[in-house]
Design a protein around this ligand. Structure first.
Ligand code: GTP
Length: 597
């Protein structure tokens, strides 16, 4: 296709502002899908995404649009993942297109996530067309929201397109704006092949499907191609475009977006952002800025019922087929048995995977407290990554510990600002910026990721009644006074309950944990100390008293010295019990103690 007739774009929007509805409309109005095939929210292919309202895997559709100038254009829409955990995937998909539609709910305004994604689009050099959606709503105030876009983003919104994705109003104007206001791609057909690997997923019938955007050169069915990062060579079996159903195509030239299959075994063998070229006469220059997405949040997943270990292993294997950013490794815990240590791109990624394991595979799981990756600077000069607090080496061997910090942007109505500041402050946050756009405040905080993975989203939601929006990027690793806190039950450390904490907060965390456990562990015939400790030092302690056999009942309330004798005898017995006895901690105690609430 001629470059001047191609437009590649993505849609940037906050959750619920109408991205999927608009995409559906664009597809429908151009007749890309027959009316009867039109399922609502066609682009969100997984049920779970639909339920959660989050688009997880990037997806794309090729639309043919006969414009007012009499020419037929090819519009490629790349659907970008909407959540912060997938920031890297968003930034790659943004680099595969030249423009964006910025969809803002005309009854709401700009939210933190929108902002982050708009900056990604601007970084990628996009032309941006603002679109004001939901103007059918009585509460819609397009002029206020236009002003809001200019104040918050600094983008000229005077030509924003007012639409209702629901009724279809303004959709023709959006299509014209795509053609007239977004730039055509550039590229050289005669240059060696240079294409970006935008996304990949596992299809049960086709195996691994790779989506690519051609920058220069031409790729054809049957070509032998090389992935420049992994240096793997494959033969292309199938080349197609998504309309959104797959339609085979003989070749893809510069500016075009399509998919191929090449007998690739695992999604892991494909790296989002990698450069695809020909095996022979390929380009020497890979696309700039490749970086693999690395898991930043780790936790243990254990079956509640030990018999479910094999089904869990199978389920995890199946899920990782389709999700290269989800890493796993077997783990054994004295308390929880066999399970897996898993790495995720963020907390939401963790929740999505856990949900799928529980619902699609019908597994009952215990999730250990999520932890980030700490960097341990050892006294001997070695630097180690710590993925599991239970593996923390002896304190005397460590010089210092670094943790990942994030730059968080929170937008919130004025009246909740105080609570948000307090929450961030409580989580060791450092305020970087505070500004206003109308009644909404925007705060920027430097926070430890470890404090955010704990229960930050939930706390933020509850203190703002759901009115805050939140977004973050990882900024750097920084030293702090971080220590491992162990939990000991009856003097035995319970590995699954170990966690990394800031020294200044260790006492309160420790106290909270031992108090919770005291209520959760049933009484035994002996006294059970429950302790939180740092190194050898106990920082919080509770004692679960023993069950008492009412031995004195037999004494008819009479002789006091006889009563005491009996009690003394019983104490000795209890001592033995304590010495040899083993505490039974019910499974529910772990589930509740580790609950991320
Ligand atoms: P995610 O898929 O969760 O990211 O959300 P989204 O941005 O794709 O929003 P979606 O298209 O799912 O729309 C969110 C809600 O707003 C749905 O209930 C839509 O029916 C509704 N909606 C979308 N566009 C309009 C509109 O123009 N007017 C009205 N009244 N409602 C709309």
């Amino acid at each position: 296709t001629e470059l001047s007739l191609i437009r590649n774009f993505s849609i940037v929007a906050h959750i619920d502002h109408g991205k999927s509805t608009l995409a559906d409309r664009l597809i429908q109005m151009t007749g890309t899908v027959a009316q009867r095939d039109m399922k609502a929210q066609l682009l969100d292919s997984m049920d779970i995404e639909r339920e959660r309202g989050i688009t997880i895997k990037a997806n794309t559709v090729r639309i043919e649009y006969p414009a007012k100038d009499g020419k037929t254009y090819i519009l490629n829409l790349i659907d970008t993942p909407g959540h912060v955990d997938f920031a890297y995937e968003v930034s790659r998909s943004m680099r595969a297109v030249e423009g964006s539609l910025l969809v803002v709910d005309a009854s709401q305004g700009v939210e933190a996530q929108t902002l982050a994604n708009v900056y990604q689009a601007l970084d990628a050099g996009h032309e941006i067309v603002p679109v004001l959606n939901k103007i059918d709503l009585p509460a819609a105030d397009p002029d206020r929201v236009k002003q809001n876009i200019e104040d918050v983003i600094g983008l000229d919104a005077s030509d924003a397109v007012p639409i209702s994705a629901k009724t279809g109003l303004g959709i023709p104007e959006v299509l014209e704006a795509i053609v007239t206001r977004l730039p055509a791609p550039q590229g050289d057909r005669d240059a060696p092949l240079k294409a970006m690997l935008v996304d990949s997923w596992y299809d049960p019938y086709l195996g691994v499907v790779v989506m690519l955007r051609v920058m220069d050169g031409v790729v054809k069915k049957g070509d032998r191609i090389r992935m420049m990062q992994t240096n793997a060579v494959y033969g292309i079996d199938k080349l197609a475009v998504l309309k959104p159903q797959m339609v085979d195509i003989p070749e893809l030239g510069p500016g075009e977006i399509g998919i191929f299959t090449a007998s690739i075994k695992q999604v892991r063998d494909t790296k989002v952002g990698d450069t695809v070229t020909h095996e022979r006469k390929g380009t020497e220059e890979p696309l700039p800025g490749f970086k693999p997405s690395v898991p930043v949040v780790f936790c243990g997943l254990f079956p509640v019922d030990a018999a479910d270990f094999e089904p869990l292993r199978d389920a995890i294997e199946k899920l990782s087929l389709n999700d290269a950013s989800f890493s796993t490794e077997m783990e054994t815990s004295a308390a929880l048995g066999f399970g897996f240590r898993c790495g995720f791109l963020g907390l939401l990624h963790l929740e999505v995977i856990r949900d799928r394991l529980e619902r699609e595979y019908d597994l009952d799981l215990i999730t250990t407290a999520p932890s980030v990756v700490f960097k341990l600077y050892m006294k001997d000069g070695e630097v180690r990554d710590l993925h599991n607090p239970a593996d923390m080496p002896d304190l005397t061997l460590i010089d210092h510990v670094e943790e990942p910090r994030i730059k968080a942007t929170i937008m919130v109505p004025d009246e909740y600002l105080g609570d948000v500041l307090k929450l961030c402050q409580d989580r060791r946050g450092i305020q970087l910026d505070l500004s206003y756009a109308g009644q909404r405040a925007m705060v920027v905080y430097d926070l430890p990721l470890a404090e955010v993975v704990f229960d930050f989203y939930d706390r933020l939601k509850s203190v703002t009644k759901g009115y805050a929006s939140f977004d973050y990027t990882i900024s750097e690793y920084r030293e702090d006074h971080l220590v491992k806190m162990s939990i000991l039950v009856n003097d035995e450390p319970v590995d699954a309950l170990a966690m990394m904490v800031h020294r200044d907060r260790a006492e309160s965390r420790g106290r909270g944990m031992v108090e919770k456990l005291k209520d959760l562990i049933p009484r035994h015939m002996f006294k059970i100390p429950i302790q939180a400790a740092i190194g050898g030092r106990v920082i919080a302690r509770e004692t679960l008293s023993a069950m008492r056999k009412d031995v004195t009942a037999k004494c008819y309330g009479g002789d006091a010295s006889r009563k005491r004798k009996l009690l003394d005898k019983q104490k000795a017995g209890k001592k033995r019990m304590r010495q040899f006895g083993k505490v039974e901690i019910p499974q529910e105690a772990f589930i509740s103690a580790l609950k991320m609430d």
